[in-house]
Design a protein around this ligand. Structure first.
Ligand SMILES: *Cc1c(COP(=O)(O)O)cnc(C)c1O
Length: 374
């Protein structure tokens, strides 16, 4: 009997144990330990940003980024409708207004052609989010940002090792963020990082991360910050993971290609694009979208696969359909049809770094069976 195949299982087979032992042997387990700086420096360098500020997850990295940019009451930030709640939550919590754009039906990323029509005198920034393994088309975004004097906030939480025209994702934002949740290509269990080239922004993020303690008078506060610090234990795992990132990307691409080979003969489904003119997919997850011709939705397929002991996840639920935002009176009457379609007809299958070929073949054959109704 086949065991349950979880949607994700991380691979911790490098120096993780060795570096964790170092933390325990030396007693350095808090955020003051040397692995934190090392992880910040190494990861920022890899992405090509001057500063890395490690935090306790990717969601709070967005909170700090928005506040550090001075975005608040009366400001607007343009962002995709199809993304994780963390993006809009950070904007709303800062007192600003998220302004949505729909997705591109093939890349699932924000449709950059819709950005400019959403700009108002209140717009302060564009938040780009690289979705599921392919990047946002950045050149048009950078042109628009420059033309209108807007900041770019880059959510690269799913984009470790991804490049756009050969430049690492995370490099494009005035401020960029990553997540190191276990389903990301680099994990620290829980963790995140903020990156920027701007010395002042970096200082501000470091202060916000650390309760806005002041160097001269530690317990006197001019501003409210948070405790968003990353521990040395998390960073130790991160340093070991980063050593493997190139291998991980190769492995993920191999998995993606294998799934595509196995599923390409199935009618009426859309698979992730292997590449675009500007990027090669890193398959953060392996998503499948059901065509309208199929008389069932993703929920149905996920239930059937669950009964076959195969873990899946639905695609994101779009921001304009979130009950929490409806209650706040946000996005009333707005429609983003591609995002709404993706939410109902998209799901992803197991693709963690611990998955072997046999399991991929098993998953693909079950997906085929369920979709072809056999
Ligand atoms: C995972 C993710 C986040 C949040 O990261 P956490 O570390 O889980 O808080 C933010 N944005 C995107 C696009 C993500 O995929």
């Amino acid at each position: 009997m086949q065991d349950f195949i979880p949607v994700n299982e991380p691979l911790l087979a490098g120096n993780e144990k060795k570096y964790l032992n170092e933390c325990i042997d030396t007693g350095w387990i808090s955020s003051e330990g040397a692995f934190v700086k090392k992880f910040e420096n190494q990861f920022a360098k890899r992405v090509g940003q001057e500063h890395g500020i490690a935090v306790c997850n990717g969601s709070v990295a967005l909170d700090a980024a928005i506040v550090a940019l001075g975005i608040g009451e009366g400001d607007e930030v343009i962002m995709p409708a199809f993304t994780i709640i963390s993006c809009a939550a950070a904007i709303v919590r800062a007192g600003a207004k998220p302004v949505l754009v729909d997705s591109h039906p093939v890349t699932w990323n924000m449709d950059v052609n819709q950005i400019e029509s959403k700009i108002t005198p209140k717009t302060k920034a564009i938040m780009v989010v690289h979705i599921y393994g392919l990047p946002v088309d950045m050149i048009p975004v950078m042109d628009i940002a420059k033309k209108h004097g807007l900041k770019i906030i880059e959510d690269a939480a799913e984009a470790h090792g991804l490049t756009y025209n050969g430049i690492p994702c995370g490099n494009f934002g005035d401020i960029s963020i990553f997540s190191f949740y276990p389903n990301k290509h680099v994990t620290t269990g829980e963790g995140g990082m903020i990156m920027t080239n701007d010395d002042q922004l970096a200082e501000r993020c470091r202060s916000l991360r650390n309760l806005c303690f002041q160097p001269q008078q530690r317990f006197v506060h001019e501003e409210l910050g948070w405790n968003f610090r990353m521990s040395n234990i998390q960073a130790a795992v991160g340093v070991a993971q980063l050593e493997k990132l190139d291998e991980f990307v190769v492995a993920k691409r191999k998995m993606g290609r294998r799934y595509t080979e196995l599923l390409s003969e199935v009618d009426n489904i859309r698979l992730p694009l292997p590449k675009t003119a500007y990027a090669e997919n890193i398959y953060w997850v392996y998503g499948i979208v059901l065509d309208p011709e199929l008389p069932f939705d993703a929920k149905h397929v996920m239930q059937k696969l669950g009964a076959e002991k195969i873990g899946t996840r639905p695609f994101f639920w779009p921001m304009h359909e979130q009950p929490v935002f409806k209650k706040m009176g946000l996005f009333a009457g707005e429609e983003y049809p591609v995002a709404s379609m993706l939410a109902r007809r998209g799901f992803y299958v197991p693709s963690g770094l611990s998955l072997d070929n046999k399991k991929i073949e098993h998953v693909a054959s079950k997906v085929k069976e369920v979709i072809q109704n056999k």
